[in-house]
Design a protein around this ligand. Structure first.
Ligand code: KIV
Ligand code: ZN
Length: 514
């Protein structure tokens, strides 16, 4: 019988550690629901001790997710573990993931602990986590640079203490595939009680080898891979979920295991994560890049037309590309709209929200003939963030652009039920509009990112704009979508301002390492 390969997604935890990728609680819930539809086995929802926002996000994900295990991260400290256990209380199936560093450099310089003390902390942490759940994962941080003998000692001890998953992180992305695969094989062979736990890997991409290292580990006995959508994560990121999953699925001649994922949901997840974090997906990115299945050269096109397998090793529809066909239009009714939105994971909490969202859909359908799933996702983003925070709204926007003249913009906003108008000039109409808004709201925040993506094809497509604002070490991402790029930009800026003015829910205070 074939083994199953457990997919542990850490987009909401390690992914969120990418500078600028912070997510609100509701954004995390939306991504968690998409991951659940993808059939991910474990969702690491956050690091509850890090902030109140993180605690609440883990709790909210634990409440809503039913089919995946929800996991929370904790250092090997009582207070971290208790906080994780508390946040996970509502979960159907909960896991606590505790970690402590094991490499000589981390133990000496960071922890200032002797190896035996590190083992004591690890054992104590695992035992404490077992008070909350019998599903406990332990990670020796920086295992990629740890001594194999020491890893064997600590891992044997934590299995005895009750750890059920042993995760081997290549924290700084230092390992090479053959060597990392051998380490996994050696650990499994040398640890006397290794059959009582599942071996997992967590690879970072500093040398561009996170996926290769993860796959080498799977070939050598690892049965859980930790990964993120689009490879998001600290520094150069983590192993990309879509690449790991599709490599294992495509090369069943090599791997004697497979995942239980519904791979047709991959593209939706990728677009959702990209739109919420404002991290675009490069066109040539494997699996989810716009060009991943596009054949440009005549020879390739000719071959694919004769037999697609001449140049295609996977089917685009198996990862969700074909699902992007047109779904709704101007004449679609409320029911069709509601059921498509619900299929995309949006829940209408009240009739009023349904009416308001349907009204916006009709407005969009008047401007844009064909409405695709991506347009609906953008609508969800817009409505969701407004349900969370909005107290500043766009009322009107007027721009003036003429060859040889300085572009100007006049913007009217509703701020706490009062209409205020601001004007500005700029290097273009987008610049002028954002300056006009800033003249009214006066955040004095730094614009850390402005990016535009077309959601679908054609000149009538909606543009989705991400604006990242930074103020006093707080970073927020604002989103806006419209068929008019200037309006999309204004909406994105206003959305970011609203998030900046809302209570700080996603800021991560600096926490000391154990
Ligand atoms: O990279 C790392 O070591 C981690 C651990 C917390 C597993 O993210
Ligand atoms: Zn990591």
């Amino acid at each position: 019988m074939q083994d199953s390969l457990i997919i542990f997604d850490t987009t909401l935890r390690d992914g969120e550690q990418s500078p600028g990728a912070s997510m609100t609680r509701d954004e995390k819930v939306r991504i968690a629901k998409a991951l659940e539809r993808l059939n991910v086995d474990v969702i690491e929802a956050g690091f509850p001790i890090a902030s109140i926002g993180d605690f609440e996000a883990v709790q909210a994900v634990a409440k809503i997710v039913k089919d995946s295990t929800v996991c929370a991260l904790a250092r090997a400290l009582d207070k971290d573990i208790d906080r994780a256990g508390e946040a996970l209380k509502p979960a159907n199936s909960a896991r606590i993931h505790t970690f402590i560093a094991t490499s000589p450099i981390h133990m000496q310089m960071k922890l200032k602990m002797q190896p035996d003390e590190v083992i004591e902390h690890a054992v104590r942490a695992v035992k404490r986590a077992r008070r909350y759940t019998d599903n406990v994962e332990f990670s020796p941080e920086d295992a990629g640079r740890s001594e194999e003998d020491f890893l064997c000692r600590i891992l044997e001890a934590v299995i005895k203490a009750g750890a059920t998953t042993l995760n081997i992180p290549d924290t700084v992305g230092y390992s090479l595939p053959q060597q990392f695969g051998t380490t996994i094989a050696n650990l499994i062979a040398r640890i006397p009680n290794s059959d009582q736990a599942i071996f997992s890997v967590h690879c970072h991409n500093d040398l561009g080898l996170a996926v290769a290292n993860s796959l080498a580990a799977v070939m050598n006995g690892a049965r859980q891979v930790e990964c993120t959508i689009n490879g998001l994560g600290e520094r150069a990121g983590n192993a990309s979920l879509e690449e790991v999953v599709m490599a294992v699925r495509t090369r069943q001649d090599i791997f004697n295991c497979n995942t239980r994922l519904d791979t047709r949901e991959i593209l939706t997840c990728s677009k959702l994560v990209s739109s919420i974090t404002g991290f675009p997906v490069q066109p040539n990115k494997a699996i989810v890049g716009a060009n991943a299945f596009a054949h440009e050269s005549g020879i390739h096109q000719d071959g694919v037309l004769k037999n697609r397998e001449t140049y295609e090793i996977m089917r685009a529809e198996d990862v969700g590309w074909a699902a992007n066909s047109m779904v709704l239009g101007k004449h679609s009714g409320r029911n069709a709209f509601k059921s498509r939105m619900m299929a995309l994971g949006f829940e209408f909490q009240t009739e009023k929200i349904l009416n308001e969202t349907f009204f916006r859909f009709k407005q969009l359908a008047d401007k844009k003939h064909d409405i695709f799933d991506e347009d609906l996702q953008a609508l969800i983003s817009e409505v969701s963030v407004q349900m969370e925070t909005d107290y500043i709204e766009l009322v009107a926007l007027k721009v003036c652009a003429e060859t040889g003249e300085i572009p100007k913009s006049q913007v009217t906003l509703r701020v706490n039920n009062q209409e205020l108008t601001g004007c500005a000039e700029g290097s273009g109409v987008v610049d002028a509009s954002l300056k006009a808004i800033e003249n009214i709201v006066q955040t004095n925040a730094t614009l850390a990112l402005y990016s535009v993506n077309n959601i679908t094809c054609g000149t009538d497509a909606q543009g989705e704009v991400t604006v990242r604002l930074e103020k006093s070490s707080r970073i927020v991402n604002g989103l806006g979508a419209d068929t008019d790029i200037v309006i999309a930009s204004a909406k994105a800026y206003i959305n970011a301002v609203n998030k900046l003015q809302a209570p700080d829910k996603c800021h991560h205070p600096q926490i000391a390492n154990v």
